[in-house]
Design a protein around this ligand. Structure first.
Ligand code: MG
Length: 352
């Protein structure tokens, strides 16, 4: 499987996991398993929104993708610039889609015109309030002390920097994009970890190899103990060989906070015999099911590829065409050896 195919799997399965988990987010684990058994529902079920609806996790992932494409374009045209500032502008566009005001200077490109991205799907308070300040959080100048899972669930496209010649890497970029909105080290370090694992999976590494590579980078960072402990917990529980059930997932965490969402995603991807089982497992617990579905889906899709996603889940997925288009655009910009930037690309992804 080539990198572009794995990338398509990563974004699509992340969105499928998000949509599978969305109706379960506020059900208890017992309620979910009473109704659908230990692995939860096989397909999309009705909740606050129509079955197959994606949520803020996928919406923000698409804006992360837009940000990294636009950052790359700016680097090609203008030389060295820090991608994080461009990704911050992309998140400001996301904020505008959720009712944020006073951002007219940022409203260009094609993604912000997509009507479905303006639907309110329980956007995270930390993301909204951080972006409302108009300032960009950094690890040195955090805006808050949050370690909500909003960093991990949106970070997959940062993996592409590992597949580019510009001297940026997935881990550091993942950390920087997380810190835009989340000031607690565990929040942004978990984001960096997930981005690096995905970068390795896209190359064809095993999940264990990917986790080893990300762990080596994590250990170099200050304040990494909490994130490291969560990752180790995922590995230990996976090695214990429990039967596959959302109840066991709850031993790893609930997923509202970043290190638990990361650990649940990793645990489910480690133990899943196939992509569909892994996605179901990732949402069949009493915690933040859409975000853990998205995180696990990004990993499982990069491992197993888009063909492993059940056809009915793909067909019922909201905005599947846009998600696939963004995966194609990421691949075109980062994985094809292109010269310069074409005018049509600049229209869709301006260099700012
Ligand atoms: Mg969500």
């Amino acid at each position: 499987m080539d990198v572009a195919t794995r990338l398509r799997g990563c974004l699509l399965a992340g969105a499928v996991g998000d949509a599978l988990g969305a109706p379960l987010e506020f059900l208890s684990g017992a309620e979910i398993r009473d109704r659908w058994g230990p692995l939860g529902p096989e397909g999309y079920v009705a909740g606050s929104w129509p079955p197959g609806s994606i949520t803020d996790d996928t919406q923000m992932t698409l804006f992360t993708a837009e940000g990294v494409i636009r950052a790359r374009t700016r680097i090609v045209l203008e030389g060295s610039v820090a991608p994080v500032g461009v990704v911050f502008h992309a998140y400001r566009r996301w904020y505008y889609t959720q009712g944020g005001m006073g951002l007219s200077e940022f409203l260009d490109g094609w993604l912000v015109e997509e009507e479905f991205l303006h639907r309110m799907r329980a956007p995270g308070n930390t993301c909204l309030s951080a972006l409302n300040t108009g300032r960009m959080g950094t690890p040195e100048h955090p805006l808050n002390d949050s370690k909500g899972c909003g960093t991990v669930m949106r970070i997959a496209p940062a993996a592409l920097w590992d597949h580019s010649p510009f001297g940026f890497n997935a881990f550091d970029e993942g950390v920087a994009y997380g810190a835009i909105t989340h000031g607690h080290p565990t929040g942004y370090l978990a984001g960096g970890f997930q981005a690096q694992v995905i970068a390795e999976l896209l190359r064809g590494a095993s999940l264990d190899e990917g986790m080893d590579a990300a762990e080596a980078l994590l250990r170099e960072r200050p304040n990494h103990a909490e994130t490291l402990a969560a990752v180790e917990k995922a590995r230990t529980e996976a090695a214990a060989g429990h039967s596959l059930s959302g109840e066991v997932v709850e031993r790893v965490g609930e997923g509202w906070i970043a290190e638990e969402a990361l650990a649940i995603g990793l645990y489910c991807a480690l133990v899943a015999p196939d992509l569909h089982t892994g996605l179901r497992l990732a949402v069949a617990h009493g915690g933040d099911s859409d975000s853990t579905g998205a995180v696990a889906g990004n990993l499982l899709g990069a491992i197993h590829g888009p063909d492993a996603i059940p056809q009915d889940l793909l067909e019922g997925l909201e905005a599947r065409d846009v998600i696939e288009q963004v995966a194609v655009d990421l691949a075109a910009h980062f994985l094809e050896q292109r010269e310069g930037i074409e005018e049509a690309d600049l229209e869709r992804y301006p260099a700012s």
